[in-house]
Ligand binder design. Structure first.
Ligand SMILES: Nc1nc2c(ncn2[C@@H]2O[C@H](COP(=O)(O)OP(=O)(O)OP(=O)(O)O)[C@@H](O)[C@H]2O)c(=O)[nH]1
Ligand SMILES: [Mg+2]
Length: 434
């Protein structure tokens, strides 16, 4: 049995699929063959949704039914075809591999397919199987027509081989947990608000490449969630979301970031219980503890820090000092605040804590702008204001991160992400050193 997150976190892009220009009848037959092999091996909701994605692509929502015996004839003819459709069996194998993402199931299907092939057909098909396995020495020229699909499979395959890092995010209400997570992902996936917002655990997974699809599992599963779907998630259930993360640099891990509710809600006491239970029971490499720079030293903050110091291994904690864009030079001083936080933490038993200063809100704007998202007028105004602010040396947060310097060749997004703390934080969380 493979890990349930595997099929949940794969990317598949069908826009350029080589079957796109085939005749309607061929597409229908191709889809039937795909369904025939996949359904025989797995029936989980992820595989079924993938099939649905192919069905929509090839059949434009038409529902089709054929007798089993006819489907078998179609499957055999696609596999054996030696004429104009001789490439179909290669594409089919790639698509099946992309859906199953499981070595032994892929092997089983390839053996079943090969039973219907002649010896020379099997020989050439063997090149594809080797290419899927990633043999660099395989000469793929003879199967160049399947290159794009092989590449998609390989990207998923090597992604799944990366180590998994799990980060759980905790804080009091409105410290900016969800905003920070959105900034790390580079998309507004989790709901943020000045009111009590997150009401249950939300697991956010990255995917190997951008295929334009956000996978969402709440009360049901959808593979192509809209922003309305994300707005409408019910806190009655835990939520799982998978999407490509727009990292500032290469992301060296598979990631699972766990968003949790604020622990200090008096109205929703259950929120604190959910979060504390998660901190005790979940598996994770690090806790990202977010401190709201505007609310340092409050009773509620001290209470949560105390609980954390008693219940979580101290070397697992990374403190994140958020909302530094709200500081005003005359009144607040970032270095002094950081030192004060360090001293307060020392009194609670956290010796030499890692403290990462950031403006999560600006960080998200930087990413969205640099990836071409359309920002509202208000967001553009905030962006210009923060850009001016963080260009001033006193607000430059890059100096609090080891090894992060602004370089002359940095584009606007890189420079600003360094200045607002995002770049340095991502180096720590995504850069392969944890
Ligand atoms: N100025 C500023 N506002 C921020 C920043 N980060 C978050 N906010 C704002 O703070 C409010 C709360 O942010 P959320 O991300 O929803 O906070 P949260 O910790 O997830 O809140 P709960 O889920 O309710 O516990 C929102 O209005 C955000 O826009 C920041 O870096 N700077
Ligand atoms: Mg939240």
């Amino acid at each position: 049995m493979i890990d349930k997150t595997v099929r949940f976190t794969t990317s598949v892009a069908l826009a350029q699929h080589p079957m796109s220009n085939a005749r309607t009848k061929s597409k229908k037959q191709y889809y039937l063959a795909l369904e025939y092999f996949v359904k025989d091996k797995v029936a989980d909701e992820y595989a079924i949704s993938r099939l649905e994605q192919y069905r929509k692509k090839f059949l434009k929502n038409k529902v089709i039914g054929e007798k089993d015996s006819i489907i078998e004839d179609i499957v055999h003819s696609i596999i054996k075809n030696n004429r104009s459709q001789r490439r179909y069996r290669y594409w089919l194998m790639c698509d099946i591999a992309l859906i199953l993402m499981d070595d032994s199931l892929i092997e089983q299907v390839s053996e079943e397919m090969q039973k219907f092939m002649t010896k020379p057909q099997r020989k050439k098909f063997g090149i594809l199987l080797q290419a899927l396995k990633g043999g660099d020495e395989v000469d793929c020229i003879s199967i160049a027509f399947a290159k794009e699909l092989i590449l998609q499979f390989r990207k998923n395959y090597s992604f799944l081989k990366k180590p998994m890092q799990r980060y759980i995010v905790t804080a009091n209400m409105s410290a900016g947990k969800s905003t920070l997570i959105n900034a790390l992902i580079g998309k507004p996936l989790t709901r943020t608000s000045q009111e009590v917002c997150t009401g249950n655990k939300c697991y956010l997974y990255n995917k190997p490449f951008e295929d334009g699809c956000i996978h969402l599992k709440n009360d049901t599963y959808t593979m192509n969630a809209s922003s309305d779907d994300l707005e409408d998630i019910s806190w009655e259930y835990e939520t799982n979301i998978a999407s490509f993360f727009r990292g500032m640099d290469e992301i060296k891990y598979r990631l699972c970031i766990i968003d949790t509710p604020g622990v200090n809600s008096a109205i929703n006491r259950n929120h604190g219980r959910i979060s504390r239970k998660a901190l005790k029971k979940e598996q994770y490499e690090k806790v990202l503890y977010i401190l709201n720079a505007n609310k340092l030293g409050t009773e509620e903050e001290i209470a949560h820090l105390k609980w954390i110091s008693e219940n979580v291994q101290k070397d697992k904690i990374i403190f994140i000092l958020n909302k530094l864009d709200d500081f005003h030079i005359a009144d607040d001083n970032i270095s002094i605040s950081l030192n004060k936080v360090k001293n307060d933490l020392a009194m609670l038993g956290f010796q030499n804590p890692i403290i990462c200063p950031i403006s999560a809100y600006f960080a998200l704007l930087i990413k969205r702008k640099s990836y071409g998202d359309k920002l509202t007028d208000d967001e553009l105004d905030a962006y210009s204001l923060y850009m001016k602010k963080f260009r001033k040396p006193v607000y430059d947060l890059s100096k609090y991160y080891n090894g992060i310097q602004i370089e002359s060749g940095d584009g606007e997004a890189t420079e600003m992400s360094k200045r607002c703390g995002l770049y340095g934080l991502e180096k720590i969380l995504f850069g392969g050193t944890i």
